[in-house]
Design a protein around this ligand. Structure first.
Ligand code: SF4
Ligand code: SF4
Length: 239
C-alpha cells in the first residue's frame, strides 16, 4: 500500500488503523513504510482518508510481493496455492476430514498475530527444525507451496523475506513425539522476532476424555481446551 503524497494533507486519520504500525510521520508528512507493510488493506478499507490518497500500487500484485495480501487480507485468494487464507479450516473439522488420525496430534502454529506480522524467514526457523526431526508439514496449506520442493523445510529464496500479517503452519506429530517436539519448539519461539500461538488438535478417546490435557500439564503447560462441534455435517467417521 502507498500514500499519494500529492493528495495527502497529513491529517493522520489513517495512522491508528494499521495493525502493524507501519504508517509513520516524518517532517509533517505521512508515509507508509513499504517494506514493513503487509498489504492487508485495512487502512484503505477503513475509509477514513478525506482525500482518497491511499492506494495499492501495481507492484503489490506482482510476485513475490503478491503473497503479502494473499495471507493478510481475508478477501484475497491464493490463486497458485492449495488453500485460502492463513491456514486450512480442516483442522477445525477433524470429525469430518480425519486429517489427524488416532495416535496423532495436529500442531497448528500461528505466527504474527496480533499486531506484529511475521517474515517468512522467522517461520523458516521452525520449518527447518521440524523437517530436521522428520515431522511432516501438511500439504493443503498455503505455506506449503512456498517451500522448496525438496523436504528441507527451506522457503524458496524469493519468498523468504516477504512479510505477512499472520500465517498458520500445520504439522502432524505422533503422540509419542509430543514432549520432544515441544522441547525443540519452545527455545526457537523465544528467539523469533514475532509472536506464536500454539494450537494442538487431539481426538477424544473412547472414554470421551482428552488425555493430552494431563500430559501437557505434566510438562508445565497450562491449556485452554476449545472444542467445536459441526452440527449438520454428519458423522462420516462413525465407523
Ligand atoms: S495495507 Fe495494512 S499494513 Fe499496509 S499500511 Fe495499510 S493497514 Fe498498514
Ligand atoms: S488519512 Fe489520507 S490525507 Fe490523512 S494522513 Fe492518511 S493518507 Fe494523508
Amino acid at each position: 500500500m502507498k500514500i499519494n503524497e500529492e493528495l495527502c494533507i497529513g491529517c493522520k486519520q489513517c495512522v491508528p488503523y494499521c495493525p502493524v504500525g507501519c504508517i509513520a510521520t516524518k517532517g509533517g508528512k505521512v508515509y507508509i513504510n513499504h517494506d514493513e507493510c503487509v498489504d492487508c488493506g485495512v487502512c484503505k478499507r477503513a475509509n477514513v482518508c478525506p482525500k482518497d490518497a491511499i492506494y495499492m500500487p501495481a507492484e503489490c500484485y506482482e510476485y513475490p510481493r503478491a503473497i503479502r495480501m494473499q495471507f493478510s487480507d481475508p478477501g484475497i485468494q491464493h490463486p497458485n496455492l492449495r488453500a485460502w487464507g492463513r491456514g486450512t479450516e480442516e483442522a477445525k473439522t477433524n470429525d469430518v476430514t480425519a486429517k489427524f488420525k488416532r495416535g496423532e496430534y495436529g500442531l497448528l502454529l500461528e505466527f504474527g498475530r496480533p499486531g506484529t506480522g511475521t517474515r517468512l524467514s522467522e517461520i523458516e526457523k521452525v520449518t527447518l527444525a521440524m523437517r530436521g526431526m522428520g515431522i511432516p508439514i501438511i500439504k493443503d496449506n498455503p505455506l506449503y507451496g512456498l517451500l522448496e520442493p525438496d523436504i528441507s523445510g527451506k522457503f524458496k529464496p524469493e519468498y523468504v523475506n516477504e512479510k505477512v500479517l499472520s500465517a498458520i503452519l500445520e504439522l502432524v506429530i505422533t503422540e509419542d513425539k509430543l514432549e520432544e517436539t515441544l522441547n525443540k519448539l519452545f527455545p526457537i519461539f523465544k528467539s523469533l522476532n514475532t509472536v506464536v500461538s500454539v494450537g494442538l488438535v487431539s481426538r477424544f478417546d473412547d472414554n470421551a476424555e482428552l488425555p493430552v490435557v494431563k500430559k501437557l500439564k505434566k510438562l508445565g503447560i497450562e491449556v485452554r481446551p476449545n472444542a467445536k462441534i459441526n452440527v449438520g455435517l454428519g458423522r462420516p467417521l462413525i465407523d
